[in-house]
Design a protein around this ligand. Structure first.
Ligand code: AMP
Length: 487
């Protein structure tokens, strides 16, 4: 199998872009998918974000579109030829950025449309003509209905993160979009898992696809140490603070199941003096991108997020992942902890388990074939309670947890998953974690996103003024001081 990009017969304009990106060796999904897509075959690919799948489908797709390349300014000469569908704004924006870079030295145009943003600039952009359109389903339907997106010349359609699109409930939207496309086309479907629903989708819309699988979807990295601690309700925040101190955590992702819980926890941690950002479906695109940039720059220590908001974020490695809530879906546990422990780095995944989490823990144990031992944690304060939500300043009330008007309009393109109802069964049979698997997916160099000399907020002197907190919000807890006396 071809391993090096130089062995591929890529057009010089694309080879130049690949060289500019600094890629030399193809990732496994690229080595397998690029030759197949170049032949024009349909593909059903099992690959997660981080495997290089964007280049795997977009490079051959661009290569095949080069025959339509032209320098004309006329929009009519630049109809949509390829459609790439993704479940979230972040993913759509990241994928469009990558495709734009791969197409930099061609005359092929790429643009992205997603919800939560003013539709008018998107309409103007589409009217100029674009060969590759990256979109989330809800907003694309708006453009189709408004006739700003005309899809009768589409030759390629990519359903990326297809499992997640189905999870969010996009199937009817996908069916409607696909009904607008020419029957004769190439369809590429990428999904982290091949569930029954995904297979059904593939059977309906793919023709004689080549199946490509590069990583077991349920594998966790052997380098990730998984710890489970018992904590419930509002004690979870104090447990988190204690564990941050205990494990000397410098920077972490903190996963929460609901948007409301995410916003509240982030706010309370900020009051505790930690540099925190929240990432959930009710945050505007701009806010999410800013939070992500701040985390990457090391200006934020804790990124508190829901699954859908965090899915596929292009963050190379995070030293520690906390699960404040166990995810409802065991596969999300794999996705969450897959952000840590890549080759060369010893990652740590810490999950807080409440007494009603038995079923979810059982699902995780079954999926990744571990036995989890739930440890007790010594809490820094015996009856500690998080500050009550209604004690926040008046101007803050009712604002943070509510989507802005323009965001509420576009609920189709957002994380419906994050607020699924809870239903849990207690279960208590825990034994020590044993990890024996290794997974090539995680064989990537460790790239810390925080400079080693940076001191995290929680290590600052107790008297230090919390950073990034509004002047009207008083920090109620001097957490560092609490740790000093009790941990
Ligand atoms: P993706 O899975 O497509 O989101 O890609 C994950 C990351 O890997 C992106 O930051 C890409 O720029 C990067 N990448 C993709 N292909 C390669 C490659 N062959 N060599 C090195 N990095 C790559």
């Amino acid at each position: 199998m071809t391993e090096s990009f130089s062995e591929l017969s890529l057009a010089p304009s694309l080879a130049k872009a690949v060289a500019k990106m600094g890629y030399e060796t193809m990732t496994p999904i690229q080595a397998q998918a690029i030759p197949v897509v170049l032949q024009g075959r349909d593909v059903m690919g099992a690959a997660q974000t981080g495997t290089g799948k964007t280049a795997a489908f977009s490079l051959p797709l661009l290569q095949r579109l080069l025959r339509h390349e032209n320098a004309s300014a006329s929009p009519a000469r630049h109809p949509v030829r390829a459609l790439v569908l993704l479940p979230t704004r972040e993913l759509a924006s990241q994928v469009a950025d990558q495709i734009t870079q791969y197409a930099e030295f061609t005359n092929l145009r790429c643009t992205v449309v997603f919800g939560g943003m003013d539709i008018k600039p998107q309409i103007a952009e589409l009217r100029k003509g674009v060969e590759v359109l990256v979109a989330t389903p809800g907003r694309l339907l708006d453009h189709i209905e408004g006739k700003s997106a005309v899809l009768n010349q589409v030759e390629y359609v990519v359903l990326d993160e297809a499992d997640r699109m189905l999870d969010i409930g996009f199937l009817p939207d996908l069916q409607r979009i696909l009904s607008h496309l020419p029957k004769k086309r190439t369809t590429l479907l990428f999904s982290a898992t091949f569930s029954t629903d995904i297979k059904r989708l593939a059977n309906s819309y793919l023709q004689d696809p080549v199946t490509i699988e590069v990583a077991r979807s349920n594998a966790t990295a052997a380098t990730v140490e998984q710890r489970f601690y018992s904590a419930s309700g509002e004690d979870k925040r104090l447990a988190l603070l204690a564990l941050i101190k205990q494990h000397d955590v410098k920077q972490a992702f903190v996963f929460v199941n609901s948007k409301l819980g995410c916003a509240r926890l982030a706010r309370n941690l900020e009051r505790d003096g930690l540099r925190t950002a929240a990432m959930h479906g009710d945050k505007s695109q701009d806010e999410r991108l800013k939070a992500l940039a701040a985390f990457k720059a090391g200006e934020v220590d804790l990124l508190v997020c829901t699954d859908v908001a965090a899915r596929g974020l292009d963050i190379k490695d995070v030293p520690v992942v906390f699960n404040i809530d166990l995810p409802y879906n065991a596969e999300d546990y794999v996705h969450r902890i897959g952000r840590t422990g890549r080759a060369g780095a010893s990652g740590l995944a810490i999950s807080l388990v409440s007494s009603s989490d038995g079923r979810f823990l059982g699902d995780i144990e079954k999926l990744i074939k571990i036995k989890a031992e739930v440890e007790a944690i010594e809490m820094p304060v015996a009856s500690g309670r998080a500050p009550r939500d209604d004690r926040r300043p008046r101007e803050d009330r009712g604002q943070q947890d509510r989507p802005r008007r323009e965001e509420r309009i576009d609920k189709r393109d957002d994380d419906r998953m994050a607020n699924r109802a809870e239903s849990r069964d207690p279960k208590a049979r825990y034994q020590p974690v044993r990890q024996t698997k290794s997974d090539p997916l995680f064989d990537k160099p460790y790239e810390p996103s925080l400079p080693p000399e940076t001191t995290p907020a929680w290590e600052a002197a107790p008297s230090a003024k919390p950073r990034g907190i509004s002047a009207s919000i008083k920090s109620r807890r001097k957490v560092a001081a609490l740790f000093k006396s009790t941990v």
